[in-house]
Design a binder for this molecule. Structure first.
Ligand code: ADP
Length: 457
């Protein structure tokens, strides 16, 4: 169960990609918001078959969209969970909208669930849904996966009713995080704030309930993506890119336009690099692809203006008659085209300030040519950094650090590039989306079996 990216637009997020691949394999039902707005919420479900997956979608009313989706999900939880309390809105009406919509979803979907179904709830929009289903008598195993970071205790305690939010997580049988780091932050809250205990075997006891929690790092459909990099369309895009940079080294960043992705810091790091290394001026090109997202939210309108101003400023300062240092492109590309772009780039420049996982980093690795792979520069604050240890790991807040990483990546000899890439590629192929899904589902089934044998005692 999950919420699409909003208002009927094609979802560009990693979550949608991963889930479609996962649901095709199981004969599952995808329940969520349709992305459409109706006059008054009716709870009427529209069933469709999309890419071999049955979807059961409901419309939301305007007030829900504003208070729940734009409000609590994207103006409260998203910034807070990405460590941006400066951008977090704490309006009470948003919290009420969040509770209301989760209650409505619970009422709507509970009758569809049969006793032996496994229920898998996705992401921060739906944290209380498990509790709502339990209230309506659902006894099936229910798992929850959080695709974004879990914030430090000192941050989440700024949220009014944080305790109720965390308590609602204890209605699940299993909670999945992207990395051990987010799991540790959750454990810190349970022990130090809520007075619960870690039982030491992956179980946590608090609020009179016991829940299992573990890290399940999400992956790509890796064989598919690396095959895509060999497709005719990817090759065409690759050729087009290589022609257009005329022998210069290409550095690429691809992100939804979101303040968590560190794109401004990334540009500033590149500016510092050009400043410190005049010998590279005219010999590198930074391509930043960043289609707008969540345009109804003010912070997203602002970042767009700032990115345009910043890339304009750098180009104004350094461009020559035959060279533009930054190409800033704000449209989405097909996955085949992206694969070709990644392959054409000698450097993948992935520097989020905080990111649950970051699939772009993995896609960059999967798209490389084994005989001449590029270098991945990766923020230590992306969940992916815990797996892709052979990337050039950076602190995205340090402009000098970014500049040094760019210099190191540009000069890295082929042998070292191959060694680093091979180790990263192994991880991308091994810990792929099927591995993630199977691990989570197996853990949820174990949790169900445990609960049954306890009940039989
Ligand atoms: P998030 O889920 O926060 O957006 P991820 O890095 O985990 O971040 O996933 C982003 C996904 O969206 C990747 O699969 C990436 O290829 C895709 N994507 C990002 N930007 C574009 C774009 N301009 N065109 C097409 N796909 C994009």
């Amino acid at each position: 169960m999950n919420v699409p990216s909003g208002k009927g637009k094609a979802a560009a997020g990693g979550l949608a990609m991963a889930l479609t691949a996962a649901l095709r394999e199981y004969r599952g039902l995808w329940f969520g918001w349709s992305g459409e707005i109706c006059e008054t919420f009716t709870g009427q479900i529209a069933m469709h078959k999309v890419q071999g997956v049955t979807t059961a979608l409901v419309d939301l009313e305007e007030g829900d969209f504003q208070e729940y989706y734009n409000g609590y999900a994207n103006k409260t939880l998203w910034p807070l969970f990405h460590y941006r309390i400066d951008l977090t809105a704490y309006a009470r009406s948003f919290g009420e909208g969040y509770e209301r919509v989760n209650r409505r979803f619970g009422e709507t979907v509970a009758p569809l669930i049969e006793a032996d179904d496994l229920v898998w709830v996705h992401d921060y929009h739906l944290i209380p849904l498990g509790r709502e289903l339990r209230k309506r008598g659902v006894t099936s195993p229910i798992g929850f996966f959080l695709h974004i970071p879990w914030p430090a205790r000192q941050l989440i305690t700024t949220l009014p009713r944080h305790r109720e939010l965390v308590e609602s997580l204890f209605a699940y049988d299993l909670i999945g995080f992207q990395t051990e780091e987010w799991l540790d932050a959750f454990a810190g809250y349970v022990r130090k704030e809520a007075g619960g205990e870690a039982l030491g075997d992956g179980r946590f006891r608090c609020f009179g309930r016991t829940v299992r929690a573990a890290a399940f790092p999400i992956g790509l459909d890796a064989p598919e993506f690396s095959a895509m990099a060999e497709s005719a369309e990817a090759r065409r895009t690759f050729e087009r890119m290589r022609r257009s940079v005329s022998g210069r080294k290409l550095i690429v960043g691809v992100d939804r336009l979101d303040y968590s992705k560190g794109m401004e810091e990334r540009l500033l790091g590149y500016e510092t690099f050009l400043n410190h290394h005049p010998e590279h001026r005219g010999r590198v090109t930074l391509l930043q692809i960043a289609p707008p997202s969540r345009e109804d939210v003010h912070a997203y309108q602002e970042i767009r203006g700032r990115m345009e101003a910043l890339s304009g400023r750098i180009n104004g300062a350094y461009a020559d008659v035959d060279w533009v240092p930054v190409r800033y492109v704000s449209r989405a590309y097909k996955r085949e085209e992206l694969a070709g772009i990644f392959r054409a780039a000698q450097i993948g420049y992935v520097t989020p300030l905080r990111d649950g996982m970051n699939l772009v980093a993995k896609e960059y690795v999967a798209a490389q040519d084994a005989d001449d792979p590029g270098v991945l520069i990766l923020s230590r604050f992306a969940g992916a950094a815990l797996q892709l240890k052979d990337a050039v790991i950076v602190n995205p807040f340090s402009q000098e650090g970014l500049a040094e990483a760019l210099q190191a990546a540009i000069e890295m000899p082929l042998e070292e590039r191959k060694r680093r890439w091979e180790s990263m590629m192994q991880s991308v192929m091994r810990e792929d989306v099927a591995h993630w899904r199977d691990d989570f589902v197996a853990a949820l089934m174990r949790a169900r079996d445990e609960a049954r044998s306890k009940a039989a005692e």
